[in-house]
Write a protein that binds this ligand. Structure first.
Ligand SMILES: [Zn+2]
Ligand SMILES: [Zn+2]
Length: 361
């Protein structure tokens, strides 16, 4: 029989976990491995709440392993490094995003695209190479191979850095890969949540002209005055959509609810690219004629590799690209999940682990 989470490894750890698909989080004792020779161990100070945490807590993707300690936007301070660690030292500010392992031998791994490795190991609720389950950042400590640890640059506060490790790289990577990082391009961002607001900020930092495309007219003021978008289109208003038909070089679609693709394809210029980073549960209808007629592309993208994640966070520090966050204490996380479900957050909850996670006796 498998050992209890508390006894699997030598180091005591403490966090908040969901025990079943109710998704309700409560205090949880478990264990972490000793710092291996290539490992970095760090004290978790902040952890972002990603929308995928919500899906995983409720087993909505069918892959959850309970108990789950979620969290893959983890930032903290190094407390111990293994003897063969080259990039980090005690006291460094570091982070871990969505991955803690990959095969290190496939094409994706050798191309610095560990995020597309078929054997990648997710930061939580996945099986590690030793057969134990991975636990995420809603916890006091974290240990990971240095390859999967990101150095957080000076000048980037850790609470702000945390959401960059998933939300940030998820939009930065496709902007780069699909050539949408050139100044002067006309870009659309569909959906204004955790991912969408980061897409606006990175696209602006690359020098694009950015339009937010949203179902909610009441987000217009916020998008333009606060996030720095250049314009705003209400997708339910035919005349507004008509006015920008055929005008975008690229669109980043962050919406994970079911929605029609045809109107978005219509907004693209010829040879334009529609990139999906949200993940609707069911297949969307794909209208092929308008793709062929304008040599348009629909693509997808999933987080980013470690090299690019480091590049992204360095870019964010240099260009002052910062997520808008609401910092919450750990005993607020169940309420935060309910609010996240309703879209009631601007734009990312970040748990103040360092100051509010207290081990129960
Ligand atoms: Zn995430
Ligand atoms: Zn691989």
């Amino acid at each position: 029989m498998a050992l209890q989470p508390e006894a699997e490894h030598p180091k005591k750890a403490f966090g908040w976990a969901a025990r079943d698909s109710s998704g309700v989080l409560s205090p949880f004792k478990f264990s972490r491995r000793e710092t291996g020779e290539k490992d970095v161990t760090f004290k978790v100070l902040y952890c972002g709440i990603c929308h995928s945490d919500l899906h995983m807590l409720k087993n909505e993707w069918g892959s959850s392993i309970y108990p789950i300690v979620p969290g893959h936007e983890i930032a903290g301070e190094v407390t111990e490094v293994g003897s063969k660690v080259k990039k980090f030292k005690v006291g460094d500010k570091v982070g871990v995003g969505c991955l803690v392992g990959s095969c290190d031998s496939c094409q994706s791994c050798s191309d610095d695209l560990e995020n597309y490795c078929s054997k990648m190991i997710l930061t939580y609720s996945a099986k590690n190479v030793d057969g134990t389950v991975t636990y995420g950042g809603y916890s006091d400590t974290m240990v990971a191979d240095e390859h999967f640890v990101i150095l957080i640059p000076d000048g980037l506060p850790l609470d702000v850095a945390a959401p960059l490790l998933c939300a940030g790289i998820t939009v930065y990577s496709p902007l780069k890969y699909f050539g949408l990082d050139k100044p002067g391009l006309n870009l659309g961002v569909v959906g204004l949540g955790g991912l969408g607001h980061m897409a606006v900020k990175f696209a602006k930092a690359f020098g694009a002209n950015v339009t937010v495309i949203s179902t909610s007219p009441n987000k217009k003021k916020e998008a333009i005055e606060h996030l720095g978008a250049d314009s705003f289109v209400v997708s339910r208003e035919q005349d507004q959509m008509q006015a920008v038909m055929g005008s975008f070089d690229g669109i980043i679609d962050t919406v994970s609810a079911m929605h029609p693709l045809l109107p978005l394809i219509g907004l693209l210029k010829n040879h334009g690219k529609l990139v999906m980073v949200g993940a609707p549960e069911k297949p969307l209808e794909l209208p092929v004629f308008p793709l062929i007629g304008g040599r348009k592309i629909i693509g997808g993208s999933c987080i980013g590799g470690l090299k690019e994640t480091q590049e992204m966070i360095d870019f964010a520090a240099k260009h002052d690209v910062k997520p808008d966050i609401e910092v919450v204490p750990v005993d607020y996380i169940n309420t935060a999940m309910e609010r996240l479900l309703k879209g009631d957050v601007k734009y990312r909850f970040v748990i103040d682990i360092g100051n509010t996670l207290k081990p129960s006796s």
